[in-house]
Design a protein around this ligand. Structure first.
Ligand code: PLP
Length: 435
């Protein structure tokens, strides 16, 4: 489909690779959103990344705002990360035994985080959250968990659930293959709704092990919650003997060194972190007080393990990345730059009277085709507006800007985006909005 004032980019090589990939992988991909089902065209096969740029197999260059879905806060192929990984790799790539590198990354994380005393590394965010839930259940001796409609926590069985009809519902499976009995242990409630929280705790008295919420829900648009609401959830957990699991896979080390917990000034009982602490390599982590973490094997009875947990190469990338993030002024510079970028996009759209709003926190942004001042729940997102995003996505690709291929996904500004590139990106976004 060709509209707008720019010709479509050449995708011949990507299209060829995609045809091949379809022979090997379901849908031609190893993670569903990559299949470009919600936008025009076929997936771009990425060949190279450097700084804020990526290049696809056809040699098209893009300013990248996906950043591997968040972890590349320093940009692609950061020299410090690459050097550390290369150095550590000379000594072998996996031992399945402890290494000093795990201590080093743990020290960097714990030094920067007042909310946890002990951590356990995993290889993905999904694993981190799945393990955190098992820990909450093991610690409290309760089975049920409360999750919010519109929050994503990875693809473990307990969390592939969606709301049924009604304010407080047993989850219905959102994927084939999840037993109904598993989903029945997950209670799904809307965000931004105090009554739902109260009702859930009242109905399932002394059965709820944990409430899990994203630091800032950022997987279904950017659903900014009010600080008082987050505090309310914290208090409701305490009053009902349930643990609060704050899933900071997106917000951890993104909003600042202490993530959304510090942003909202709430103390979670268990924190989950993901990809960002691996600097682009597969790492996740969950952490809590020494008392709660004492329930994890081999100290306690909650079993959790992993051959590649604490993998030295992944630890190396994490150490290099977090060392950079810990430099004084890092977040101030990044967040100021990102906020200026999104503010000028908003000013442009407002001046043109477009139904368009950029929701934002720190260096995270979400383009929403709406005139609502706030969108705090998934129910408030107009599914029809995704057609507009689809057009915008194509227009931006044609202008050398890469966003995640779905209007429900957020974008990320990295430290590698210079003022020059942000200026270029802004101009492209203005043009795309005008189409
Ligand atoms: N939790 C949140 C908040 C996420 O955004 C994600 C993935 O983006 C996950 C958990 C799952 O992480 P992973 O994809 O590394 O398994």
């Amino acid at each position: 489909v060709q509209t707008g004032s720019k010709p479509d980019i050449s995708r011949e090589k990507s299209a060829e690779l995609y045809e091949k990939a379809k022979k090997y992988f379901p849908g031609g991909v190893n993670s569903p959103v990559r299949a470009f089902k919600s936008v025009y065209g076929t997936p771009l096969f990425i060949q190279k990344g450097d700084g804020c740029f990526v290049w696809d197999a056809d040699g098209n260059q893009f300013i990248d705002f996906c950043g591997s879905w968040g972890p590349l806060i320093l940009g692609h192929n950061h020299p410090k990360v690459r050097e550390k990984v290369t150095e550590v790799m000379q000594n072998g790539m996996s031992f399945g035994a402890p290494t000093a590198l795990e201590n080093e990354l743990a020290e960097l994380i714990l030094k920067n985080n007042r909310y946890v005393e002990k951590i356990r590394f995993t290889s993905s965010g999904t694993e981190a959250v799945m393990s955190a839930i098992r820990l909450a259940r093991g610690f409290t001796g309760r089975d049920k968990i409360i999750k919010f409609d519109g929050c994503y926590h990875g693809h473990s069985d307990s969390l592939l659930v969606k709301a049924g009809s009604g304010l407080v519902t047993f989850g219905e499976t959102s994927s084939a293959g999840v037993p109904k009995s598993f989903a029945a242990e997950t209670i799904v409630i809307p965000l931004n709704d105090r009554q739902a929280v109260e009702e859930a705790f009242a109905r399932f008295k002394e059965q709820v092990a944990a409430v899990i919420i994203e630091g800032i829900p950022a997987n279904n648009g950017l659903l900014l919650q009010e600080p008082e609401y987050m505090k309310f959830i914290r208090e409701a957990c305490t009053a009902n003997g349930a643990l609060l699991i704050l899933d900071e896979v997106i917000t951890g080390f993104r909003l600042g060194l202490e993530g959304a917990a510090a942003h909202y000034d709430i103390k979670p009982d268990i924190l989950t972190y993901g990809k960002i602490i691996g600097g682009g390599l597969p790492v996740g982590m969950y952490g809590a007080s020494a008392e709660i973490m004492g329930h994890i094997s081999p100290d306690g009875g909650v079993y959790q393990a992993g051959t590649l947990s604490g993998n030295p190469v992944a630890m190396a990338a994490g150490i290099a990345q977090i060392t950079e993030l810990s430099r004084s002024g890092f977040y101030k510079d990044l967040n100021t730059k990102a906020q200026e970028f999104v503010a000028s996009i908003q000013r442009f759209a407002t001046a043109r009277n477009y139904r368009f709003k950029v929701f934002t926190a720190g260096s995270i942004f979400w383009f929403a085709f709406t005139d609502q001042e706030h969108i705090r729940t998934s129910a408030e997102i107009d599914a029809g507006s995704m057609e507009k995003f689809k057009v915008m996505h194509r227009e931006l690709l044609n202008r050398g800007i890469y966003l995640g291929p779905s209007g429900y996904e957020v974008g990320f500004v990295s430290a590698a985006h210079s003022k020059i590139e942000l200026e270029k990106a802004k101009r492209a976004i203005f043009e795309a909005l005008d189409v």
